[in-house]
Design a protein around this ligand. Structure first.
Ligand code: BES
Ligand code: ZN
Length: 652
């Protein structure tokens, strides 16, 4: 399938191939690989010999044929190799030259085969000279460029203009830029992007704050970043500043919601800086994308990409923003060297996110957030234990020959965060905070792996405080160690109790009528008081806990009654709606099918789609319905979600 035209083209190019025998041998054993700071299971690039230090993009975004055309100019550091290897997937390479300006000369290149499972894409081998400092790759994207989501106007808020955005993490940057696509290499970049005049382009770089008349935008990212953080979006955008260094870009229709929802952004920034040191990227803006965006947020430097479902109308989902902001330290400043070290990005970020939430909204809220995640982690652990890869419950992963997406589980996020919470309990918050601040400072703008962290931890925290803490057990063993901190929340316990009463057939949600004696004008009077539970009485995580504790056999009648009282199905909060739809599917409550259809036709965030489609797959009838619906709406999703859901529906 994949090869089509590109393959023929590449076979022709192969005839021009020069020998690449000099390509040095990759490290073979796991120990050799770990010792090599450039080794990455998920990239073909030969970073040890030759690597990009700066990338300059000159691109044109063509919405009429949904293609990006242009040149990627790589400034390289060559340690004497005659071949530079890049990663590509779903790209058409037109020609490659070396040198600049007058000295630009065409050079030979060859494109290797796609890997067996089409995970990595293809290696692009370019012939260079020992003194070559620039490689220019002329290329265009194709319909197989999975990073790109081209949206027709109907899928945007304005319904008037098309939209394009990219998603690079984990290994999709190679589908829109020919690049050495490994997080172990950091590069600076600049770009000239030409877009239709009525649209504006923004990147994970220095951005202009308003649209210009020429349709050409220039960008610079002067701090070295890993390739997965290069990002572009093009649409009808407006900007609003919250402070001198924070703001939001969005389609004009979403602006008033954004202004309200993200008002605490400067406070979050203050809290984060107080915790772990100054923000290193200058500006911090949000970009609210169309609903198809497959994640809640993506920490593209200077410009976090956000799913519009975060605009819940009551600031109840802003922990996503705290999370992406935290990545400006954990992930963007100190970066996982390979996708096996993903927990260094996400575990630290979840811990940091919850510290920001605690500063802004208090410990009770932060604990509730962590506790809900801890419960989710228990389910994830069960799933992993019974899967083909029970070893995936280790923090340090082995994702060789697998899609790095497989490591995107609650292990990295929640076990990672609980590792730090447990450490905090052992060494004390003050000691841990000093340690973390120093850690971000020491490894700023570097990439590190799990063993470097482990060593740093031993030297700078554990041996100093003489604390007996088995970090190895947490990092290299399956499951959750016994010493893991225990959190409790009476507010969540109460929601479980409420759900249990419903499960037992009690009318627990019915209004309660009580009488109170009051005195009016010296006379005693009985006053009737009606108390009923309303949705606004509890926060999202409480309702989530309530719905999760409801039984899949409460039946349609009870579902209807709850829905009449609390209106979960149409409440506008995607977290609650997802839980409610899953429960509805399990209770065969077909009445909410129209709402489910509307939701999954519009929202492409994978975290919501997976549980809904999984629940639908539990009965043959629902699965058939889901497959038919997916066939109609799958183009509304970004390839990341589309591929996941397609795999899920096509499992035996
Ligand atoms: N960097 C991740 C998203 C990601 C991870 C994309 C791996 C591709 C591969 C982002 O920071 C993230 O974790 N998003 C979460 C937010 C949540 C934990 C608050 C999401 O989208 O659910
Ligand atoms: Zn994250």
């Amino acid at each position: 399938m994949y090869f089509r035209i590109t393959y023929l083209f590449f076979v022709l190019c192969a005839c021009l191939m020069t020998s690449c025998d000099s390509t040095p041998k990759a490290p073979e054993t796991k120990t050799e690989q770990l010792a090599d700071s450039t080794y990455d299971d998920h990239s073909y690039s030969n970073l040890k010999e030759i690597r990009t230090s700066h990338l300059d993009l000159d691109l044109e975004v063509n919405f009429s044929n949904k293609t990006i055309y242009g040149v990627a100019h790589h400034t390289i550091i060559n340690k004497g190799s005659d071949t530079a290897i890049f990663d590509i997937k779903g790209l058409l390479i037109q020609k490659i030259t070396i040198g600049k300006g007058k000295n630009e000369r065409e050079t030979d290149f060859v494109i290797g085969n796609m890997d067996k499972d089409s995970i990595l894409g293809q290696p692009l081998l370019v012939t260079v000279k020992p003194k070559t400092t620039q490689i220019n790759i002329y290329y265009q994207t194709t319909t197989d460029s999975d990073a790109l989501d081209w949206l027709d106007p109907a899928l945007t808020s304005s319904k008037k203009h098309p939209f394009l955005y990219t998603q690079g993490q984990a290994i999709l940057t190679r589908t829109w830029i020919p690049i050495q696509d490994s997080p172990s290499n950091r590069i600076t970049y600049s770009a000239k992007i030409k877009v239709p005049k009525e649209l504006m382009a923004v990147m994970s770089a220095k951005n202009s704050k308003r649209k210009n008349d020429s349709g050409t935008y220039y960008f610079k990212m002067e701090k070295a970043i890993p390739s997965y953080l290069i990002a572009l979006a093009v649409g009808d955008l407006k900007y609003h500043a919250f402070s001198s260094k924070t703001g939001v870009y969005c389609e004009p229709q979403l602006m008033s919601s954004c202004k309200y929802e993200f008002e605490d952004l400067p406070k979050m920034m203050n809290a984060a800086e107080k915790l772990y040191g100054n923000y290193q990227w200058g500006q911090y803006d949000l970009l609210v994308l169309p609903y198809s965006f497959p994640f809640g947020g993506m920490e593209n430097p200077r410009l976090t990409f956000v799913n519009p479902t975060v605009l819940a109308g009551d600031r109840s989902l802003v922990s996503v923003i705290a999370h992406e902001l935290a990545h400006s330290w954990s992930g963007n400043l100190v970066t996982n060297r390979t996708w096996n070290d993903f927990w260094l990005n996400e575990g630290f970020t979840v811990y940091f996110e919850e510290r920001i939430m605690e500063k802004l909204y208090g410990k009770e809220i932060a604990d509730i957030l962590a506790l809900v995640e801890f419960h989710e982690l228990q389910d994830e652990l069960k799933r992993i234990k019974n899967s083909e890869h029970p070893e995936d419950s280790r923090l340090f992963l082995d994702l060789e020959n697998r899609d790095p997406d497989a490591g995107m589980t609650d292990i990295a996020y929640v076990k990672g965060a609980f590792f730090l919470k447990t450490l905090e309990q052992k060494v004390g918050r003050k000691n841990l905070d000093i340690f973390l601040k120093n850690y971000f400072h020491k490894f700023a703008f570097q990439t590190i792996n799990t063993s470097i962290f482990s060593e740093y931890l031993n030297e700078n925290l554990l041996s100093k405080t003489k604390i007996d803490f088995d970090s190895k057990e947490w990092i290299y063993k399956e499951g959750i160690p016994e010493n893991c901190v225990h959190l409790k929340s009476s507010r969540l316990d109460k929601m479980v109790q409420l759900a249990e009463r419903v499960n037992n057939g009690e009318k627990a949600l019915a209004p309660k009528i009580t009488f109170k004696t009051i005195r009016r004008k010296g006379r005693k009077k009985r006053k009737m008081i009606v108390t009923k539970i309303e949705r606004k009485d509890h926060i999202v995580q409480e309702w989530q806990t309530f719905i999760r504790a409801l039984s899949p056999t409460i039946g349609k009648e009870t579902m209807r009654e709850i829905d009449n009282r609390l209106n979960f199905a149409k409440c506008g909060n995607a977290e609650i709606m997802t839980e409610w739809y899953v429960l509805g599917i399990r209770n065969n409550y077909k009445q909410i099918r129209p709402q489910i259809t509307a939701f999954i036709s519009k929202v492409g965030r994978r975290k919501y789609l997976i549980p809904i489609y999984e629940a639908l797959c539990e009965t043959p009838e629902n699965k058939k319905w889901a497959k038919e619906l997916f066939a109609k709406i799958s183009l509304n999703y970004h390839a990341v979600s589309r591929n996941t859901i397609s795999d899920l529906l096509n499992e035996k």
